[in-house]
Design a protein around this ligand. Structure first.
Ligand code: NAP
Length: 164
């Protein structure tokens, strides 16, 4: 099973602030949807809260929390990250997408196989960060760059990394 991290980060590695995103980039949302549509996804309890405490349409969802009483409609809940991957394996999934946030990226970047990183080419203030991408372990295999346009205020790039 391929474990895939997907995230959007700024030049200073910000991914969020006050449990929300800090930019509005429809091109990234479209990219995110195209990659994750129909896929099994796992996310931390705070990211789940940030998307409105309901699963993203068409994406079977596993939520990670330390709270043994936490439940969420139409989602499975686990109390550690290994358990999330075990459930995904049991489902027979070929791929599982790791949707964050910061705590979950930090704990899975050491074992993920692939990453789709949207680089938002600006700096932002925030309180949630993507971990450093250590080039000893990750190789960039593709990069598509885009200029700002009417709907997307910042330059951006879709970058794919594979574990070396
Ligand atoms: N730009 C992006 O691509 C992107 C993507 C996703 C999220 N975000 C942003 O990231 C921020 C949220 O990130 P975050 O780091 O604060 O939260 P998070 O990683 O989404 O969730 C953290 C929660 O996950 C649970 N957890 C973490 N490690 C665990 C472990 N080892 N075992 C069991 N449960 C564990 C805990 O839940 P309990 O407290 O319930 O125990 C913890 O509070 C928001 O600002 C969001 O908008 C950005």
């Amino acid at each position: 099973m391929t474990k895939i991290i997907i995230a959007a980060k700024s030049d200073n590695n910000v991914i969020g602030k006050s449990n929300d995103l800090v930019w509005h980039m429809p091109a990234d949302l479209k990219f995110f949807k195209s990659k994750t549509r129909g896929k099994l996804v796992i996310m931390g309890r705070k990211t789940f809260a940030s998307i409105g405490n309901k699963p993203l349409p068409g994406r079977p969802t596993i939520i990670i929390t330390r709270n043994p009483e936490f439940t969420a409609e139409e989602c499975r809940v686990v109390n550690n990250i290994d358990k999330a991957f075990e459930l995904a394996e049991q489902d027979g999934a070929d791929e599982v997408y790791i949707l964050g946030g910061a705590q979950i990226y930090e704990k899975t970047i050491g074992s993920a196989d692939k990453m789709f990183i949207t680089e938002i080419k600006s700096t932002f203030e925030g309180d949630a960060f993507f971990p450093e991408i250590d080039k000893n372990y990750w190789v960039e295999v593709s990069r598509e760059t885009f200029e700002p346009d009417e709907k997307n205020k910042y330059p951006y790039a879709f970058v794919e990394y594979h574990r070396k």
